[in-house]
Design a protein around this ligand. Structure first.
Ligand code: PA5
Length: 455
């Protein structure tokens, strides 16, 4: 059976959930799904203050889109490349879309503040030497360590090179508070707002994602249109006609049967960051209260030659969701060779698109036969509208799935633990009292010792 949303160009194929999850069992989830949907629509579930992404047209109204397009055009005019400074939800959505839809004619967009690696940042700064660089620093809190460090590096780098840097820096941050807001005001930077009611991982279709995406030259109106079409279609609460609900219910039904890892597998390297974005979306939304499917990704066919063995025959705790582009790939054919030394002439003249499609069909069947329940999200083609539909499909499914799992899908209390330790170890003002206690805990935790080779 396929849950259809053909006019949107997105379908969910659930045929390979059998025999682990029979259709009657899946559709038996409809009451639970109705409950989750009602919690969302009535804004009465946990985290209801963070539903600003539910209506894509309200999140990105026409006026805002026009302003973003204008800012992007002026930045494009005045720079050779954009550096996006942000981490987690403040950069993954933009990177996902830019890598999926960007092409050789796209304006270059680089990412900084996604790690604390000196080598990474030095390499980036060296690569940008001699170029006119624009910066979009994105941080809702304005206090996140990684982007704050990167911003200092880039401010110094720009200042050392003189010129009118202020006109090429844009800050996307909270409307009313935070150190980034203060800095942006002081420096006279152009500003965009991260809405109060939108968490980072749901922010790709707000200025957080849309400005860098527009800078790259990608159709942001198409993205929003695609998302809005799914938002409209999702009101049909029947599982058979609603891929969003069907996907959310299937992953919860399988989770209850003991499956604990979901692999998102794709056959296009340019979808790698869609998978990274998806991992954050589901991992941060559901991984709490000791629950949740662990989201992993497979970059195929490359990972068939590494993780493929485990997927086929390892411990049976995996479910797999394929992300498939059905058509519209550029044409590239396998050349014929006179002596056929490698025996590949049986593929001569066939397109890579066709071979890739058969690789998908073969892998899905093999994994299914190996005991992995499989679903496939089928995108008619990869363009702005279909990608917007896909992003919103996952956002909406994640919210429903989180409510089915009975967690608050919109908070992330767990990410604070390491930060408190790191601040104490680094001597951040306000954390002094914890520093000594933490050092002692580190020492006793290390009491087990290290294992060394004998000299
Ligand atoms: O999804 C989230 O909320 C997080 O990934 C944040 O986006 C990330 O931690 C960055 O936070 P901030 O935008 O406040 O710098």
């Amino acid at each position: 059976m396929q849950a259809l949303a053909q006019d949107i160009g997105l379908e969910l194929d659930i045929s390979y959930l059998l025999p682990e999850l029979p259709l009657e069992e899946l559709t038996g989830w409809h009451r639970e799904v109705d409950r989750a949907h009602t919690l969302l629509m009535e804004r009465s579930g946990p985290g209801a203050d963070f539903l600003g992404w539910l209506d894509p047209l309200a999140l990105a109204p026409d006026g805002l889109l026009a302003e973003i397009e204008e800012t992007a055009a002026s930045l494009r005019e005045n720079s050779d490349a954009l550096v996006v400074i942000g981490i987690g939800g403040s950069y993954l959505g933009a990177r996902a879309v830019i890598e999926a839809l960007g092409g050789p004619d796209s304006k270059p967009v680089y990412f900084a503040g996604t790690n604390i690696s000196a080598a990474y940042h030095l390499d980036l700064l060296r690569r940008l030497e001699g170029h006119r660089v624009a910066v979009n620093v994105i941080s809702k809190s304005g206090t996140t360590t990684e982007p704050a460090i990167a911003l200092r590096l880039f401010r110094q780098w720009l200042a050392d090179r003189g010129g009118d840097a202020a006109s090429r820096v844009v800050a996307t941050t909270d409307a009313n508070r935070g150190s980034l807001l203060n800095l942006a005001r002081q420096e006279g930077w152009k500003r965009y707002v991260v809405p109060d009611d939108v968490g980072g991982r749901f922010s790709v279709l707000s200025p957080v994602g849309l400005l860098p995406i527009a800078y790259a030259g990608i159709d942001i109106r198409g993205l929003v249109r695609g998302a809005a079409r799914v938002a409209d279609a999702v009101s049909d609460t029947s599982l058979e006609r609603n891929p969003v609900f069907c996907y959310a219910a299937a992953r919860n039904a399988l989770y209850e049967k003991g499956y604990c890892i979901e692999m998102l597998a794709h056959f296009e390297p340019r979808l790698r960051f869609v998978a990274e974005w998806w991992k954050q979306l589901f991992g941060e939304s559901e991984g709490k209260d000791g629950k949740g499917l662990f989201p992993a990704s497979l970059d195929l066919t490359a990972d068939l030659h590494s993780m493929g063995q485990y997927a086929q025959q390892g411990r049976r705790m995996l479910i797999e969701t394929f992300l498939v582009i059905r058509e519209g790939e550029p044409e590239l054919r396998v050349p014929a060779e006179a002596d056929d030394g490698d025996g590949m002439n049986y593929l001569a003249g066939r397109t890579l698109e066709e071979i890739n499609r058969e690789a998908y069909r073969a892998t899905a069947l093999a994994h299914r036969e190996g005991g992995v329940p499989v679903m496939s999200v089928l995108l008619e083609r990869l363009d702005a509208e279909r990608l917007g539909a896909l992003l919103y499909f996952f956002e909406r499914a994640c919210a429903v799935s989180g409510y089915l799992l009975r967690v608050n899908p919109f908070n992330q209390p767990g990410v604070e633990a390491y930060k408190r330790h790191m601040f104490a170890l680094l001597g951040k003002p306000g954390f002094e009292e914890q520093t000594n206690a933490l050092r002692q805990r580190l020492e006793s935790a290390a009491a087990g010792g290290t294992v060394r080779f004998s000299p």
